[in-house]
Design a protein around this ligand. Structure first.
Ligand SMILES: Cc1ncc(COP(=O)(O)O)c(C=O)c1O
Length: 459
């Protein structure tokens, strides 16, 4: 019998992918020329080497991005459901953020001193997320690294625990996986000198027994977790998981850090607020300042007191936390504008309503075509999983991610003016997204399956 991938014959996927790649080449001559030119001075021809990992024959160059729309340098226009892999979750260049940045640009970009906007942004962060104290960084990666340092300093413990399949940005301690019950560094890492297994612990998401076994050693300073795993496909917490995670961390003197960088999609205040979690630290970045580089971490009274104690008791010298441009005036202005005018209840209402609509469309496709797939979702963030049963762990999820099929579907959609996220088919709904765009995306998926059936018959 012919080989199938997630219910679709491999030959059909290969033939569709080849046709779509040829179509992409024909429609993107200016991107092709820029890609060639960029090769002379950039690694992989692009400013970040993984910008060439979209599965397209060459990178697509963007001319403009506004609201939920992208325009490439060849004049093709796209409904954007990738939204910069979350950086633009509230739409590209939200008007209040763009205006705040323009105004601040004439008043100084960075002074290594606080601005009034920072004070107001702190008040807004506290109101939105329910944690009284905050610090700014330039990225979510920076925020996670800072929080790990604080957690170690506060608890006087060295180990940190993450879940297998996690991603928390460029954070060395989190680049581990669980291999035959042992912790090891991820195989793709470049230039990793430290033995990550020394101070990192790793268990499967939803495995409370394994979690408790590690926490019981009382070596773990903190658990760093996304409340829903979103970087290995999507893995949802089982009922009671978060309650137990909190109970066990408290019981064993381990701090709980919830990384909301992607799960800000859950609703106003992020997953923790919506689901009443009680983290010791909360981290966010990417979209928090409307897509302008900015990360934040928040904490409560107890952590605040313990952090003050750490600072008071340490010798003079750099704390190892922070970068020169963190908390700069531009970022503070963007953060304030984003919290004040963009991340509003009305914005979330719109996003979540459209997410319902897309979920319905994709579920109908899966059911009508009897595809062995499922749709998973955290608020305004959706993914198609190419197995019938949703995974319980990161390992299960990554083991089941097929390669060729998502590439073919993504290329197909791109050629029809629909951008979804590379690596894991994520689709985000922004306040600027329209119902018509959502319907176009749902029918794009349906048409792709129809065309795959046609290709299967021809193969
Ligand atoms: C959950 C999570 N945390 C942190 C980050 C790091 O964000 P940044 O690359 O903006 O530092 C990412 C990036 O994808 C992420 O998915």
């Amino acid at each position: 019998m012919a080989e199938s991938i997630a219910g679709i014959p491999r030959a059909a996927i290969e033939s569709l992918l080849a046709a779509e790649q040829a179509r992409f080449v024909a429609a993107h001559p200016r991107s092709a020329a820029l890609a060639k030119r960029g090769q002379a001075h950039w690694l992989h021809g692009v400013p970040m080497h993984w910008m060439s990992d979209w599965g397209t024959p060459f990178p697509m160059f963007v001319a403009a991005a506004r609201g939920a729309e992208l325009q490439d340098v060849d004049g093709n226009v796209y409904a954007d459901f990738c939204l910069g892999d979350t950086g633009a979750m509230f739409g590209h260049s939200p008007a209040p953020v763009a205006a705040a940045l323009k105004a601040q640009a004439d008043r100084g970009l960075t002074a290594m001193l606080p601005s009034e906007d920072a004070v107001v942004a702190g008040e807004l962060l506290a109101r939105t997320f329910g944690l009284p104290y905050w610090q700014m960084t330039q990225t979510a990666s920076d925020a996670n690294r800072a929080v790990l340092r604080w957690a170690r300093a506060i608890t006087n413990r060295k180990a940190v625990l993450v879940f297998d399949g996690c991603y928390h940005g460029a954070v060395d301690d989190a680049f581990v996986r669980l291999e035959a019950g042992a912790v090891s560094g991820r195989p793709g890492l470049v230039g990793q000198a430290a033995d990550l297994a020394l101070h990192s612990r790793c268990v499967e998401f939803n495995d409370l027994a394994a979690l408790e076994a590690v926490l019981r050693t009382r070596e773990v300073a903190c658990v760093l977790a996304e409340p829903v795993m979103t970087n290995c496909g999507m893995v949802l917490p089982e009922p009671g998981f978060h309650e137990e995670l909190r109970r066990l961390t408290r019981r064993h003197g381990t701090l709980l850090v919830i990384d909301e960088t992607h799960t800000l999609s859950s609703g106003l205040g992020g997953f923790a607020r919506v689901a009443h979690l009680e983290p010791d630290f909360m981290v966010a970045g990417k979209a928090i300042a409307g897509g302008y580089p900015c990360g934040v971490y928040g904490f409560g009274d107890e952590m605040h007191t313990r952090m003050l104690g750490v600072l008071a008791g340490k010798p003079a010298g750099h704390s190892g936390i922070g970068t020169t441009l963190a908390g700069n005036a531009m970022a503070a202005a963007a953060l304030r504008a984003s919290l004040e005018h963009v991340m509003t209840p009305a914005a979330y209402e719109h996003m979540l309503k459209l997410a319902d609509r897309l979920e319905d469309g994709l579920e109908s496709l899966v059911n009508d075509e009897n595809l062995p797939w499922h749709v998973s979702r955290v608020g305004a963030r959706l993914e198609v999983g190419f197995v019938r049963t949703p995974p319980r762990t990161g390992r299960e999820s990554t083991a089941r991610l097929p390669q060729l099929l998502p590439d073919a579907i993504r290329m197909y959609l791109l050629n029809r003016g629909l951008v979804i996220t590379p690596f894991h088919n994520m689709m985000l709904l922004s306040p600027a997204t329209t119902a018509m765009q959502v319907d176009r995306l749902a029918s794009g998926w349906t048409q792709c399956i129809t065309d795959l059936h046609v290709a299967a018959r021809a193969a």
